[in-house]
Design a binder for this molecule. Structure first.
Ligand SMILES: Cc1cc2nc3c(=O)[nH]c(=O)nc-3n(C[C@H](O)[C@H](O)[C@H](O)COP(=O)(O)O)c2cc1C
Length: 154
C-alpha cells in the first residue's frame, strides 16, 4: 500500500507525531511519505484568506493520514482550506489526528477531528479513525502511542 501523511504544523508538535507514524507504517511494510501543507504566510493569527505554497497531491496514495493543530477551538484555517480544495477521495482510507495545547479533547480537538472527517467523508473517503493529542496533558505520551498504533494499520 502507498500511504501519505499530510501535515500542517506551525510549531512542530503535529509534525513530530507524524514522523513517529511514518516510522511505524514503514515498519509495517508499506511505502510511506510525509508531506507538508505550507501556507505562503505562516501566520495562524491572520484572518486573510489562506493561500498555499505547498499543497500535496493525494491522488498517488491508497490511504492518507491527515494531521493538523487546533487553532481557536477549531481545525486550523490552513488545513481547512487545504482539505476543501482536494479532489474526490473515493476509495481512499483515511486516519486523522490533531494536536492541541489544552488538556482535554473536548476543548477543540474533537471538533477539529470531526471537521477533517466530515470533509473527507463528503469527498467519498472511508474514515477509519481519528485522534487528539493534548500536548499539556499528563497522558500525552500514551495518546501519541495510541495514535501511532492505530494509524499505522489500514
Ligand atoms: C493561533 C493559535 C491558536 C491556538 N488555539 C488553540 C486552541 O483553541 N486550543 C488549544 O488547545 N490549543 C490551541 N493552540 C495551541 C496549538 O494547537 C498546539 O500548540 C499544537 O500542538 C500546535 O501544533 P503544531 O506545533 O503542529 O503547530 C493554538 C495555537 C495557535 C498558534
Amino acid at each position: 500500500m502507498k500511504i501519505g501523511i499530510i501535515v500542517y504544523s506551525h510549531t512542530g508538535n503535529t509534525l513530530s507525531v507524524a514522523w513517529k507514524i511514518e516510522q511505524a507504517i514503514r515498519a509495517a511494510g508499506h511505502e510511506v511519505r510525509t508531506e507538508k501543507v505550507e501556507p505562503v504566510i505562516d501566520n495562524p493569527n491572520s484572518d486573510t484568506p489562506a493561500e498555499l505554497k505547498s499543497s500535496p497531491d493525494v491522488d498517488q496514495y491508497d490511504a492518507v493520514v491527515f494531521a493538523s493543530p487546533v487553532h481557536a477551538f477549531s481545525l486550523s484555517r490552513i488545513m481547512k482550506h487545504y482539505l476543501l480544495q482536494l479532489p474526490d477521495l473515493t476509495g481512499k482510507k483515511v486516519h486523522c489526528f490533531v494536536t492541541q495545547q489544552l488538556k482535554k479533547p473536548w476543548m477543540g480537538g474533537n471538533r477539529a477531528v470531526r471537521q477533517i472527517s466530515d470533509v473527507c467523508r463528503k469527498k467519498g473517503a472511508q474514515v477509519i479513525s481519528g485522534g487528539v493529542v493534548n500536548w499539556s496533558g499528563k497522558n500525552r505520551e500514551s495518546q501519541i502511542e495510541d495514535i501511532v498504533r492505530r494509524m499505522s494499520v489500514f
